[in-house]
Design a protein around this ligand. Sequence first.
Ligand code: SF4
Ligand code: SF4
Length: 273
Amino acid sequence: MARYGMVVDVTRCNGCYNCFLACKDEHCEQAHPGYTAPQPMTGQAWMKIVPKERGQFPKVKQDYIAMPCMHCDAPACASGTNGGVYKRADGIVMIDPQRAAGQQEIVTKCPYRVIYWNEQENVGQKCTFCAHLLDAGWKEPRCVEACPTGTLIFGDLDDPESPVSKALASGRAEVLHPEYGLGEKVRFIGLPKNFVAGSVVFGDTDECATGVTVTLVGEDHTKTTQTDAFGDFEFEDLPANKWFKITVSAPSCDTQELEVRTTSSLYLGDIVL
Ligand code: SF4
Ligand code: SF4
């Protein structure tokens, strides 16, 4: 028996919504008896694409986080549902359309907010990893099959040769909200973190300052970089809400120092030497 999981490589996602549409094609207005009631054409996103914009003009980055149900080992949505929400032996968390009928409160039990209420069917609904297809011999859900960039990596967590096990073995995958402590079986590579960027200019010539040393020092971080051909620098993957000192120095110029706090991703503008 397989134990299914997914890794979402955020660095590969271009926000094309193919996964979302494949899910719609598979589930909208068609029931899969024993698995799911029909998904309505609008108002639900079993595979939700969450856009994340970071930075300020002209240094802006756009990421997309593809977010299905996390198929938690300890699903918060299942408590008190009398079997309305249950976990299969392969780890897939399911909502039984009959037993969970009328239990509107399950929508708010999920801290990831990936359960949607279907008024017409009188039941909560969410991603099933296309369990009806896996049981019929498919190797992956429709969203994974439809993704053109390899963002969605799916397979058997107990098979060390499966794509998902190999992605997890990279050590780069993390839980979206570890503070929930639900044993989430969907993990993410490259979740967008805060960055600090800026541009360095020589005051006397008004030229881009190329090859200037920029150092960032914080509680647990020391990073050094050089400005590029446009005088730009950037420090990625910084923790949120921490203070950092940025030092910009070049021979024969006064050193510039700035204190920044990573309340968000920051573009510091022109720093004049
Ligand atoms: Fe339940 Fe939410 Fe976990 Fe999915 S992500 S299993 S809906 S608690
Ligand atoms: Fe991202 Fe793949 Fe979904 Fe397109 S299909 S939005 S690339 S996860």
